[in-house]
Write a protein that binds this ligand. Structure first.
Ligand SMILES: C[S@@+](CC[C@H](N)C(=O)[O-])C[C@H]1O[C@@H](n2cnc3c(N)ncnc32)[C@H](O)[C@@H]1O
Length: 271
């Protein structure tokens, strides 16, 4: 287990992550030969889904404890209490920005419902909509939610495609949350990401997105990018003018790079 943690540390920090990035880019190019229309985001989701199917673990996705596999044993499952303890800081953020039980809420890039489980417990029936690129992650999360809660709250799930975005818009969501997703979107796919976000917005929709903010947009890991404010805003305004956008720190850290919260609203609802 310690060896695995050390190997992970090496390939995800310092000079090691650049080796990983090179390998990831090469694998992506190979994958593109078979999936010419697919994006890096598709590759990101599919490669993690396939690793989970093979019994692997991930920091935030799936139902296994991260790095809980030695070289010869399978990964260990999280117990329900461990699962329930995850994602609470993001749920608190949603409450801080005004989420109420009667709101219709989109969890964009919901993954394995690390945060979604708290939304589902809190929101009224049929008010939670979890979206992701592949269904694998939320199918794992669904199985971890207690059956009576699932039956009562009737959360809805869908994979992301142009039709889903149109259907979401018809629901006139009060909130679109996207937590720990944007940091995995490469700069060349920023416009496509914000296009989908903006196309789900009704006049009253509030969008709350967490991301890694830096002075300059930069690749910070093999599958991680930090974004500067200018690039974020210019991508959003390309999708739709007249939006009210702001960025605030997630925690108390005032210096960059830091985890930040991006807020988007239509100007018509400015107070
Ligand atoms: C680190 S996980 C976070 C999942 C969840 N939001 C959470 O906080 O636990 C990132 C998720 O974003 C999804 N994702 C990656 N790129 C995306 C994109 N361009 N649009 C929507 N979802 C994306 C992945 O499939 C994955 O489920």
């Amino acid at each position: 287990m310690k060896i695995k943690a050390r190997v992970f540390e090496f390939f995800n920090t310092g000079i090691g992550w650049r080796i990983t990035a090179l390998l990831v880019d090469m694998r992506f190019l190979g994958w593109k030969l078979i999936h010419p229309k697919a994006s890096f985001s598709d590759f990101y989701a599919e490669s993690i889904a396939s690793m989970l199917r093979r019994g692997g673990s991930h920091k935030t996705l799936g139902d296994k404890k991260f790095l809980s596999r030695s070289l010869s044993t399978p990964s260990m499952h999280m117990n329900p209490l461990e699962y329930q303890a995850r994602g609470t800081e993001y749920f608190d953020l949603a409450i801080k920005y005004g989420l109420k039980p009667y709101h219709t809420c989109v969890d964009y890039g919901c993954g394995s419902l690390r945060v979604g489980q708290h939304f589902i417990g809190y929101l009224q029936s049929e008010k939670y909509l979890g979206l992701d690129i592949v269904s694998d992650f939320y199918e794992i999360g669904k199985a971890l939610i207690p059956a009576p809660i699932f039956k009562e709250k009737k959360p809805r799930f869908s994979t992301i495609n142009p039709t889903t975005i149109k259907i979401v818009l018809l629901q006139q969501p009060d909130f679109v949350f996207s937590f720990a997703v944007l940091k995995h979107v490469p700069p060349r796919e920023l416009d496509a990401f914000f296009n989908r976000i903006v196309n789900m917005m009704s006049p009253h929709t509030q969008v709350v997105i967490t991301f890694n903010q830096a002075e300059q947009t930069i690749r910070a890991g093999a599958k991680i990018w930090d974004f500067c404010e200018k690039d974020i805003f210019s991508s959003i305004y390309k999708q739709c003018e007249g939006l009210d956008c702001s960025i605030v720190p997630f925690g108390t850290d005032k210096t960059l790079p830091r985890v930040a919260v991006l807020l988007i609203r239509k100007q018509s609802i400015q107070e």
